[in-house]
Write a protein that binds this ligand. Structure first.
Ligand code: NAP
Length: 263
């Protein structure tokens, strides 16, 4: 899985969303993240189609929404997602939250069926606490490939990172820029200034150093490029330690919904 991808939540204008995806892929991105609930799978598919990049070179992930997690709905809505995306298979299919119609014993065998039928290459989970991941590992035949959770300098997920390393799955950071909040942090700004970099690049470089895949959402070519260029930013051990110290266990997305602390 390419370790820097493009997020698409709230990239809702279809033409703009397709253009962001096309721009990112032609710049070099090879990982695109969407979800049924974002309402933009058609535009994401159009962007992939429009880009001068082969579909098989793109790591495409989508997520089954919480109201679609009864087994028959997992299968029917995933087929609908593939049709909307205009693809035969996705590279990664996530359970979006362990909530709503989620029932591990009922939901997860349907994900195994989708792997067996070739409709997804891999199974992922999102917003799962360690005990949810372990239950999923017990029930699934397929490995849990990744857990996508909010991760950034204000919500560092050190316990979940250790759990991922111990159990052999990838951590994918959503809201890796804390939805813009990191841009105002003095430490992040200071480190950015020292490298003539942007605060966004510092947040992404910090995540890369932690071995976490990041999927920043960006709409404009300038933001898409700024994030892409974070790959050449190397932070010193002292800078990493300074950013480690700004942890505040703060989540931007649904702080009242689902797990509020993994630490
Ligand atoms: P984010 O990536 O932390 O932040 C996105 C915001 O930062 C947007 O306002 C974007 O503006 C701005 N931005 C991006 N790059 C920038 C740059 N270089 N300089 C200045 N501003 C920049 O937040 P997110 O969208 O919440 O998270 C990223 C992705 O994670 C989502 O799009 C989605 O794919 C996924 N996600 C998953 C879940 C889940 O439950 N699994 C939850 C939330 C998010 P522009 O759009 O104007 O460029």
């Amino acid at each position: 899985m390419p370790t820097l991808g493009l997020g698409t939540w709230e990239n809702e204008d279809p033409a703009q969303c397709a253009e962001s995806v096309r721009t990112a892929l032609e710049m070099g991105y090879r990982h695109v993240d969407t979800a049924q609930i974002y309402g933009n799978e058609a535009a994401v598919g159009e962007g992939i189609d429009a880009a001068a990049v082969d579909r098989e070179d793109v790591f495409l992930a989508t997520k089954v929404w919480i109201s679609n997690l009864a087994p028959e709905d997992v299968v029917a809505t995933t087929k609908a997602s593939l049709e909307t995306l205009g693809v035969d298979t996705v590279d990664l299919l996530y359970v979006h939250w362990p909530a709503g119609a989620y029932d591990p014993e009922e939901t997860l065998p349907a994900f195994d069926e989708l792997v067996d039928r070739g409709l997804t290459e891999r199974v992922g989970v999102s917003n799962f606490e360690p005990h949810h991941v372990e239950r999923a590992m017990d029930v699934l035949d397929a490995p849990v490939f990744a857990n996508q959770v909010e991760t950034h300098p204000f919500c560092q997920q050190s316990a979940l990172r250790a759990h991922a390393a111990e159990h052999g799955y990838e951590l994918v950071a959503y809201s890796p820029l804390a939805r813009g909040s990191v841009f105002d942090d003095d430490v992040v700004r200071d480190v950015a200034a020292a490298h003539d970099a942007s605060p966004a690049q510092v947040s992404l470089a910090w995540l890369a150093e932690k071995g976490v895949t990041a999927i920043p959402k960006a709409t404009s070519e300038a933001h898409i490029r700024d994030n892409w260029e974070s790959r050449s930013l190397e932070l010193s051990a002292e800078e990493i330690a300074r950013i480690d110290a700004i942890e505040r266990h703060h989540r931007e997305v649904h702080p009242d919904f689902g797990p509020d602390a993994w630490e």
